[in-house]
Write a protein that binds this ligand. Structure first.
Ligand code: GDP
Length: 607
């Protein structure tokens, strides 16, 4: 019929949107994917769920069957289906890229309803935000609510309405709590069936990866976003867009690359170009492979061969010379031999640019990541965290990488910069040994947040150690004092003062700005109610201070003669003393203290 023809045409016009799953560890990302793959749908043979390389294709027919369960969502389906990336998490996500932009169209952020927002939830939120990727939240593990009574694979509201009152209120309580947590992070959020405005509010879909409840809602909602918000960006384009997700050695095939095809067609014998660790690689496609359907898989590791494949698609490519391919690299096809050099240059350009923008900067840590994508993500994060980077590399950490970090010591830069930040890469034993022997710190983790926390802690430890060694002892903390009473004019000058701003510390040199920065002495002791204390802040009572001259001649200053009660005292700061504060006392300085330093800089005309 005409109607059917229109639907078929639409399916050719659009490509399957690519869906990525992110979220904190143990929230159920892998389990949700498993569940989606095994979802039982009575779809036609052709319309069944198919396993591709690195991804699962969930065809429109199958979603249609599923969403018939949804009382509150009716969909007419135009896209051929959803291509859901199989490896959840940051790692695979960051390889889904092409010329700096993300190939992931829609995100699922998994949150454990029992735990609410966690570290990597927040990390994922900021990824979706910076990459401008629409996403929904799967509020997972609803079956763990006390006395939940499951209905396998059911739509959420159907199963929810069957729950007893106390289960329902426990669910609402936890959902509300999570929504509040989103609010605190600056996001509006609502249960998807109550969402007043999907443009403004993140939709939460309650799910269980164990019972399958809420999965129809989740897929229906994603399809809905794809067909509304994303309509224009999922129109199929003939120009090839593809990225290398993983590089794998397969018995009998050698090194293969797993590629996600986002747009265009790839054929057997095509001339492909990818970036490699030792420069661009160009080779011919020997085989285009997808997994054998389950029931036909007699021998493990058997693949279906294809002559040509069209986007969106996950495909394994077998070819010669792929050994040193970089995961995260874009993939190009040369129409003819003449095009190869230009594409080789282009494929490497992006990577060269990342390297050029960073490498051999004067001061900063060395950063190493497993793929181009994760390196880029980490660099972005470090930039936001104001941690400078002096050099980068991709792949396992070798001795030569440690030597790059070591140059920071040779240059006399701060100790913390002699650090290798290793994200999701192996450290060779030689590298570790060398680092230990030359004082380079290796911080290795596969969670970006943790790298940052551990680096911050490392810097604090260094500062503490340095202060113990007496470094930074000439730092001057900022304070502004009001003289309440001159207790003794001289030998030593003794004053009762109020701390008006900043922090008064033993050892601080005090001056009178109005009298040409007359330095009347250094605080030798601070007494509060006859007890010696080390420091005093505003609003905690007046203290008695005794002053000592900076050098013998200055002992000649006298209160009442050289200065009076009405004079304002402040700490005497210089460019050097400010630098010492910055270098050694960042953790003890408050925002307000820095504000006062800034005010002094203007007042004392220090630049
Ligand atoms: P990932 O680290 O996010 O991939 O989490 P996994 O999928 O590995 O799940 C972590 C643990 O939570 C596993 O023991 C799962 O069986 C369990 N789990 C995941 N989803 C659910 C769920 O919906 N309900 C219950 N009860 N357990 C779940």
């Amino acid at each position: 019929t005409n109607e059917e023809k229109k639907i078929e045409e639409a399916k050719i016009r659009y490509k399957a949107p690519i869906v990525c799953i992110l979220g904190h560890v143990d929230t159920g990302k892998t389990k949700l994917l498993d569940k989606i793959r095994r979802t039982n749908v009575q779809a036609s043979e052709a319309g069944g769920i198919t396993q591709q390389i690195g991804a699962t294709m969930f065809p429109a027919d199958a979603i249609e069957t599923l969403t018939q369960k949804l009382p509150n969502l009716s969909l007419s389906i135009d896209v051929p289906g959803l291509l859901i990336i199989d490896t959840p998490g940051h790692e695979s996500f960051s390889n889904l890229r092409s010329r700096g932009s993300s190939l992931c169209n829609i995100g699922i952020l998994v949150v454990d309803i029992m735990h609410g927002l966690e570290n990597q939830t927040i990390e994922s939120l900021s990824i979706f935000k910076t990459k401008n990727i629409p996403f929904i939240v799967a509020l997972n593990k609803i079956d763990r609510l006390y006395e939940w009574s499951p209905s396998k694979d059911e739509a959420f509201l159907t199963t929810f309405n069957k729950q007893s009152g106390h289960v329902q209120s426990e669910f609402m309580r936890r959902a509300k709590e999570t929504i509040l947590e989103f609010n605190h992070k600056g996001y509006n959020a609502a249960l998807y069936y109550e969402n007043p405005d999907p443009e403004e509010y993140i939709s939460l879909v309650p799910t269980s990866a164990i019972t399958g409840e809420g999965i129809p809602d989740m897929l229906g909602l994603i399809l809905n976003i794809a067909q509304t918000k994303l309509r224009s960006s999922i129109i199929y384009q003939p120009k090839l867009e593809a990225t290398v997700m993983e590089v794998k050695t397969i018995e009998g095939l050698g090194t293969t690359i797993d590629v996600i095809l986002m747009n265009g067609v790839i054929k057997e014998d095509d001339n492909i170009i990818v970036s490699g660790f030792n420069g661009p690689i160009s080779t011919r496609v020997r085989a285009l492979l997808t997994p054998m359907p389950l029931r036909e898989m007699r021998v493990k590791g058997e693949y279906l061969h294809h002559k040509a494949l069209r986007a969106s698609m996950g495909v394994k490519i077998s070819a010669q010379g792929l050994d040193h391919t970089m995961a995260g690299s874009p993939l190009f096809i040369a129409k003819n031999e003449e095009e190869i050099p230009r594409l080789q240059e282009e494929v490497q350009k992006e990577i060269t640019e990342i390297f050029k923008s960073i490498n051999n900067k004067d001061k900063g840590v060395h950063v190493q990541a497993s793929t181009v994508g994760s390196l880029e993500a980490l660099l972005e994060f470090l930039k936001q965290s104001k941690i400078p980077v002096s050099s980068i590399n991709i792949g396992p950490v070798f001795k030569k990488d440690i030597m790059k970090a070591q140059t920071q010591i040779e240059k006399g830069n701060e100790k913390q910069y002699a650090t290798v930040m290793a994200f999701d890469v192996k450290i060779t034993p030689e590298a570790q040994e060398y680092a230990d022997s030359c004082g380079v710190k290796i911080i290795s983790d596969n969670i970006i947040f943790h790298l940052f926390d551990r680096f911050t802690k490392y810097v604090e430890d260094i500062r503490k150690q340095e202060r113990l060694e007496g470094k930074g002892k000439d730092a001057v903390f900022p304070c502004l004092l009001k003289i309440v009473e001159i207790v003794k004019n001289s030998d030593p000058i003794t004053l009762r003062v109020d701390v008006v701003d900043g922090v008064l510390k033993v050892g601080t040199p005090l001056c009178i700005h109005e009298k040409e920065d007359l330095i009347i002495g250094k605080v030798e002791s601070i007494e509060l109610n006859d007890e010696n204390i080390e420091l005093q802040r505003p609003g905690q009572g007046s203290v008695v201070i005794k002053l000592k001259g900076l050098n013998p001649e200055q002992d000649a200053y006298e209160a009442g003669r050289d200065f009076e009660e009405i004079d304002e005292l402040s700490s005497w700061i210089t460019r050097e003393s400010i630098d010492l504060l910055k270098d050694y006392y960042r953790d003890e300085m408050t925002m307000n203290d820095w504000k006062l330093v800034k005010a002094f800089k203007i007042k004392y005309e220090i630049d």
